[in-house]
Design a protein around this ligand. Sequence first.
Ligand SMILES: [Zn+2]
Length: 246
Amino acid sequence: MALRESEAIVLRTYPMREADLLVTLFTRLEGKVRGVARSAKKSKRRFGGALEPLTHVRAYYDVRERQELVRIDACEVLESPLASEISYPRAVALGHIAELLDELLPDHESNDAIFRLTLSVLHVLTGPEIWMPVTYFALWVTRLVGFLPELSGCVVCGRSLNGSRAYFHALADGLMCVDDKRPASSEISNESRTLAAHMFRAPVETFAAVQWPKSRCADLRKFLIQTLQRHIEKKLVTAGMLERVS
Ligand SMILES: [Zn+2]
């Protein structure tokens, strides 16, 4: 048995028998880890408030040989999403981030860039303004897991798309020019592509002062969700919920 200590972000919890919880953690040390928190529903001392999704914690856990589940001994809260008001839009946005991480991260593979991205986005996702952080996170996480295609040229003919119209399709990777677009494609505006380029050059706080209605970069978010869903070969539950948030 080996005792580990790591910063972690709680992704999901499921009730197990009696007072136990099955917990998915995104640890800084070794990536996504699943474990059992014994008597978590009763023990305020070991877990008090620390197992809410997207809580940043310091986790203590035992890894046992030939066992997939670790035993989570305790978690201390470093930062909790409950420190700010949980409105319905914010709850959906937080759930979306947790689902993306849970679906995209492989087991037992550390990823410090995604860990830092998540913390920085959570720091700005504290009020009712959800669309900028959600967009920034989706864009960056798609790139960091290696699923983001080149956005500046047509995937069919290679022509530059800078300043011209660009299209995407649920079944195709990348963007297409007006001549190569498939039937039933969606358009992604030049403004959204320009903003995406800005988001790759600046930290998330840079955009916190920008007015960001739901309509801004909606086409980019749709493109990212379609890209991710094609790669993971399943629907993201929270994508539809997010779509219905006004
Ligand atoms: Zn083309």
